[in-house]
Design a protein around this ligand. Structure first.
Ligand SMILES: NC(=O)c1ccc[n+]([C@@H]2O[C@H](COP(=O)([O-])OP(=O)(O)OC[C@H]3O[C@@H](n4cnc5c(N)ncnc54)[C@H](OP(=O)(O)O)[C@@H]3O)[C@@H](O)[C@H]2O)c1
Length: 244
């Protein structure tokens, strides 16, 4: 029988449990370590040493510390945790220093990554017609720790790159008129939605609405395992959207 890829799960919340379920049914992956299973747990260093790859779905508050500690062990990493985009340069340095492989993504579902490409393409087309404006919003379950979502920031990035009239992102409520150079992206929190993102292009004449709805967390978990297989024997840092 082929040797299974040994996974260390970092974080055992909604995503960690989803990946564990997939691994239990898998002939390719097995979970050999789980960190932060209970409140006050620490990183399971001895368990991580036995793993081929660590997959982190924790929170923006601890992900950087996790990356550094796991990189020190020479283990490759899949980072699904969001909310740390401003620390990308620090992460690049860690990857280089410890000569590991790391792949990260704000959204590991195939549909969402196709959605990013659709947004980029629509932005480029609408940018030619100054009468069109663009804006959007996202909805996530009440337990989500960061806001706006990493996926929303990714979408905003695609719009700013391809719709030059928009120069900055505005994620707050406004008690004034929005400046035409600002891209308004609102966040709604509540209920159980695993992730909904919508972008609207409109003018006086007509409008187009593009939206992506995750129905559950299976797509994210499958994407994380796809990323794990990809990064297993590589070094350097990769963005998930570039490897699909
Ligand atoms: N890339 C993607 O496709 C994708 C998809 C979904 C979610 N995400 C992101 O993945 C992350 C996790 O999502 P989730 O839905 O699984 O969250 P979750 O259910 O809240 O689980 C987070 C896990 O991390 C642990 N944790 C969080 N903060 C901690 C701290 N300060 N110290 C120790 N342990 C801590 C939690 O432990 P406790 O339970 O003890 O608090 C829990 O085990 C979020 O950043 C989310 O945005 C990414």
């Amino acid at each position: 029988m082929k040797k299974k890829i040994k996974i260390a799960l970092i974080g055992y919340g909604k995503m960690g449990q989803e990946i564990n379920t997939l691994c239990n049914e898998s002939e390719i992956f097995e979970v050999v370590s789980i960190s932060f299973k209970n409140i006050n747990d620490k990183l399971d260093i001895e368990g991580i040493k036995k793993a081929d790859i660590a997959i982190d779905f924790t929170s923006k508050d601890i992900v950087l510390k996790n990356i550094e500690q796991i990189a020190k062990l020479g283990k490759n990493l899949v980072i699904g945790t969001t909310g740390w985009a401003s620390d990308i340069e620090k992460v690049k340095k860690i990857v280089k220093k410890y000569k590991i492989g790391l792949i990260y993504g704000a959204n590991f579902s195939v549909g969402a990554n196709i959605f990013f490409k659709m947004i980029a393409s629509a932005s480029k087309l609408f940018a030619k017609f100054p009468e069109y404006d663009v804006y959007g919003f996202e909805i996530h379950h009440g337990g989500k720790l960061d806001s706006p979502s990493g996926t929303a920031l990714k979408i905003a990035g695609k719009i700013l790159e391809n719709f030059p009239a928009k120069k900055s992102i505005q994620t707050e409520k406004l008690n004034r008129q929005i400046d035409p150079t600002e891209l308004h992206l609102a966040s709604i929190r509540g209920g159980r939605n695993p992730g909904f993102h919508e972008v609207i292009f409109d003018s006086n004449a007509d409008g187009i609405t593009l939206s992506h709805q995750a129905y559950n967390r299976v797509g994210f978990a499958k994407g994380a395992l796809f990323a794990a297989e990809f990064i297993k024997s590589k070094k350097g840092i990769y963005a998930f959207e570039n490897i699909l």
